[in-house]
Ligand binder design. Structure first.
Ligand SMILES: Nc1ncnc2c1ncn2[C@@H]1O[C@H](COP(=O)(O)OP(=O)(O)O)[C@@H](O)[C@H]1O
Ligand SMILES: [Mg+2]
Length: 341
């Protein structure tokens, strides 16, 4: 049995699981992830206090003084409703010298901006789709260097927000329309990339310096109607009924040639290091038919609910949910000593 720790779980203020869950459907609750993590840590013997965070940092400071946690378990998705403020909160924990789980503030900044991260990866000769950024408030012009079909996404939002079949465009008119949609409806700059046709792979990693790569996971599109683009749209990602209807499933990638698998593992480790990630992360990739691998994005602090891709692939590697959370905390504790040393 590991040493029990005092753990401060940082969660969004709307996602604090209730103390008493009797009679509540915890599997479909919006706070399922938070509940899974907190309950499991308690089962592992840790003393956990959940702290809901809105737009104030002072409660963190107070909880540290009163509760004296050994580590913060970072489950925050937003601060003051802004997802890209995540690194500021982690930077605050760094200033307070409180160890935390997951990614450090620098890695969060680098991975959040898909343009910055792809520039870094390209410099290191890692395959990424050719792209251009279309900032808000500027005229939308035809991208000269890019070849259709293109995919239009938000530069900074994640979780497939704003991604639909209409995100893939074949001509200039549709491109301009979709860039405007990103600017106006999502209120962010737009990222336009060459569309990569291929298998969609997700790879989980754990570690700070030495990295453990979890089994390659695949989103299987084969049940989707033939004419639609095989992409992880917002609907596909979040609608259970849509997933059921089209038999969309994720699981260990089958029939990957050994050399391709090895190449993917090596690419993912390099991405993790070049983007200064720590703790745990998931890299999203596309594997083209000719065997070329393209990195779509790196996701620090990926979704950690029980039964979701990251935990499933860890389990496949022999790391059950409780030990997985313990490992993530051990990595958080170790990162602190190295950083302050
Ligand atoms: N260049 C691309 N070529 C083909 N499909 C893409 C490309 N970029 C994104 N996609 C599709 O859109 C989905 C979401 O894109 P991603 O960059 O991972 O954004 P998010 O942060 O929302 O997950 C991907 O999972 C993939 O299916
Ligand atoms: Mg993604």
């Amino acid at each position: 049995m590991k040493k029990p720790l005092r753990v401060l779980a940082l969660v969004d203020e709307d996602l604090v699981p209730p103390d008493d869950t009797e009679g509540i459907d915890t599997v479909n609750a919006p706070w399922k992830t938070e509940f899974d993590v907190i309950e499991t840590l308690r089962e592992e013997g840790h003393e956990v206090r959940a702290l809901g965070i809105g737009a104030e940092l002072a409660p963190i400071r107070r909880a540290i003084d009163e509760f004296k946690p050994r580590i913060a378990f970072n489950l925050m998705e937003v601060f003051d409703n802004v997802a890209s403020f995540d690194h500021n909160v982690v930077a605050y924990l760094e200033l307070l010298r409180l160890p935390y789980t997951g990614c450090n503030s620098r890695g969060l900044v680098l991975a959040r901006d898909k343009s910055i991260s792809k520039k870094i990866l390209h410099y290191h000769r890692i395959g990424v789709a050719a792209f251009e950024v279309f900032p808000r408030g500027r005229r939308v012009r035809r991208p000269r260097r890019l070849r259709f079909p293109l995919i239009v996404k938000s530069l900074t939002l994640d979780a497939s927000l704003g991604i639909s079949q209409a995100s893939v465009v074949e001509d200039e008119d549709r491109l301009i329309e979709r860039v405007r949609f990103v600017h106006e409806s999502l209120q962010t700059d737009a990222l336009v990339e060459e569309y990569i046709e291929g298998r969609e792979l997700y790879v989980g990693l754990l570690g700070n310096r030495r990295l453990q790569v979890l089994p390659v996971w695949e989103l299987d599109f084969s049940g989707m109607p033939g004419e639609s683009h095989k992409i992880a749209t917002e609907r596909l990602k979040w609608s259970l009924s849509y997933q059921k209807r089209h038999r969309i499933m994720t699981g260990a990638a089958k029939d990957l040639p050994d050399d391709v698998r090895k190449h993917i593992v090596s690419v993912c480790k390099r991405v993790y290091r070049h983007l200064a990630l720590s703790g745990y992360a998931r890299i999203d990739l596309r594997l083209r038919e000719d065997g070329r691998v393209f990195v779509m994005e790196a996701n620090p602090n990926p979704q950690l609910a029980y039964g979701e891709d990251f935990a499933e692939s860890a389990e496949k590697a022999g790391l059950d949910y409780g030990p997985l959370l313990d490992r993530i905390m051990a990595l958080g504790l170790r990162w602190e000593t190295r950083r302050l040393g």
